[in-house]
Design a protein around this ligand. Sequence first.
Ligand code: SF4
Length: 508
Amino acid sequence: MYLISPRQRFINYPAHSEMARMFGKHRLMIPLALPTVAALTPGHYDIRIFDEEIEALPKHGKPDIVGITTLAATSTRAFELGDKFKGMGATVVFGGPYASFMQEETLMHGDAVVAGEAEGKWEKCLEDFENGRLQPVYETTDYISYKSQKPPRWDLVNMNRIFQVAIQVSRGCPFNCDFCLVSRTFGQKMRYRDIDNVVEEIKAAPSSYFFFVDDNLTINKKYAKELMKAIIPLKISWGCMCSLDVATDDELLNLMAEAGCFNILVGFESLNPESLNESHKLHNRGGKIYQEAISKIHAAGIQINASFVVGFDNDNLDEFDRIFDFTLEHHLPNVNLHLLNAPPGTETHKKFKKEGRLLSCDPELGVGHFPTLHYMNMSQIAIFDKYMETIARLYSFDTIRIKGEALFSNGAFTRQGGEISVFMKARLSWITFREFVLTADPDRKKLFTFILKLILTKRISIDKGLGFLLSMLGYHRHIQDHKRHMEEYRKIVLSQDKGAWKELTINN
Ligand code: SF4
């Protein structure tokens, strides 16, 4: 049996692919889907996992059954693989968000779709496959209790090619933002794993670096505190996604820092209140609350990865400048900026489809930097050019230096992270020296000198200082790579540009 995660044709900078390369890896981490599905598979199958981002498929393998996970951005490749393996006589089963919500199209390239969460359905699908009565769709709205999960099969993944492992402790989201699939896939009622079960998984994992892929790790503060207390002795380093209200609970924030949290990804989504209302992201409230929360999180020695989306009907090009200024004012160097997409299954997709505003472009463009919709107030080329200009400004070394100096001056980032090998330390030190000392760029040199001074005066730990320099360098390089492809990218965008939707509808 092959379990495959297809490669993406386009990778956007928040994927940290450049950073992974500096670590000598192919990716920082891979999705949890395949090792999780492998753990559900009965022992008599000989399973091979291929995440094409880290490992090519063998040229001559002939599996009897193939499981392929799909996102919109990988669907083109997924279907190509489905056709290929079907042609070789294999049974092809698709899973993942794109297959779950685009079943008819998916079944043209495979034999079955396991929709939604895999537990229970994947096992049933295999039983039917063995008995020659495979059904086209395995789908149920009954959610599993999720209290106890089998540990993902990391033993089947080439761990030399990734840096950290994904882990999940909960499923569901009580909110229902229009552009998101989480509550539509996993329900609005939260389900949590037993903490002992999580601890066992961490202890058995082949890395001491983790990313909690829960959509909001701290939404249930009581559970989050218990989890933190249980993982403090494990001495791991980790990041997660959560909302800013984590800062309203000092005890929780301190426990997270003590438990090894170095970074949280916060979905601000928009700074435009009308766009938040429009997308039903009603629990994000800005103003002074943002200021206080961000300062508290930074004071706890935790960095914030601020995520934003532009392209709502109430947005215009000024949103980009608003986001740039906000991140400068609040000392936020890590910014994930995306153009609004409408993945199948979301309310946003339904709305744009109904209004005839989905671009008829390849779904693989849905990675965040290509326009895939008719935006109300912006043409495709205008939003694309402004996006590219903004990410270049966000990750210029001038901007990074200003934010870095403001962020690290207070001496809050002194906690040491997890252990890395001597070889890795030497490798990262050499890259830092090469890129920040042997350079003619005065902003890089100034930033390096500033961080070095903080390290020598023990106002930042070595790993935090180097980690910051290298992560910023990774973003910067990726964006330089985008620039090299601008001609090709602009051609793609111009070929589908019809102007702002508002003007189109007025003119018609
Ligand atoms: S965007 Fe976040 S808060 Fe909104 S539905 Fe998705 S996971 Fe929940």
